[in-house]
Design a protein around this ligand. Sequence first.
Ligand SMILES: Nc1ncnc2c1ncn2[C@@H]1O[C@H](COP(=O)(O)OP(=O)(O)OP(=O)(O)O)[C@@H](O)[C@H]1O
Ligand SMILES: [Mg+2]
Length: 314
Amino acid sequence: MEAALWTEKYRPKSLDDIMDQEEIVSRLKDLVKRGTMPHCLFAGPPGTGKTTAGLNASDERGIDVVRTTVKEFARMASLSSVPFKILVLDEADNMTGDAQSALRRTMENYTNTCRFILCCNYSGRIIEPIQSRCALFRFTPLPEEKVVEYLHRIAKNENVKTTEGGLKTIVEVAEGDLRKAVNILQAASSMSKGISEETVYQVVGRARPTDVHEMLNHALKGDFLKARDELRNLLVKYGLSGSDIVRQIHSEVFRLAIPEKTRISLIEAIGDTDFRLVQGGDEEVQLSALLAHLAAQSSVHRSVREEHVTALDR
Ligand SMILES: Nc1ncnc2c1ncn2[C@@H]1O[C@H](COP(=O)(O)OP(=O)(O)OP(=O)(O)O)[C@@H](O)[C@H]1O
Ligand SMILES: [Mg+2]
């Protein structure tokens, strides 16, 4: 079996191979061509190519690293024909405030020999003085068609059979995060020969939204026992935890065609269930209780409706 992680195996080796992010790539190419470069701040959501566009730097982010290692590196004269070295600090938004402050001095003192590329998910977590020393490059989540294109390429190369539904599901779950997409593809490929929608949901530990939807609909129609069967199915078949299911119910609720009042009461109940599960409540008991609440709601609505109808009849 192939041991290599596909995200590393297929990590672009040059700026030209980076998907999307066109403006960023062209700005960077321009800087490379001119041989001049400001300090840079790469910001954006996970798996969009920041580290790839820069380089892999150290995992250590404590203040000592900045005071010693980074400073030593920055102080050394540049060796190659390019007049300065480039130092990539990955996940810079996880650096403590102190470390960032120390970095700010280092950036200023060694401008002659060193340029920094800071990568982060949230530029707001980088202290202002550093932000103002850097040119900002904003990475965006990859559009669906690019993710599909990338997955197709890898699947072809690795001889993985995919179905349209399977790929579509990966794209949906990945939400523009290419690393996540590739990792799901790899995990799913080791699980089954052809990658279907179901394989993907199993890999990511989620139920198919239609299954959750159906469970809620049974409950809303007042068929509590059927809803509970579906719940057991989810707990066993997908091996989901109670919290996983609660989270999925939460996102499904917004897609249900129900009166606003019911939705509000449901959201409240979901909040309670979530809290009880965190506190250690039994998963099946708590989730059954949630479904029971739903079923009870439905009968309230029905009796209100029935009363209304009888009143009209009179
Ligand atoms: N724009 C892209 N073009 C091609 N491959 C990409 C791109 N973005 C991400 N990838 C793929 O996803 C993997 C992760 O990308 P990368 O390490 O650059 O993410 P990142 O933006 O640094 O994310 P994080 O914020 O989580 O550190 C890479 O190995 C690469 O295979
Ligand atoms: Mg990164």
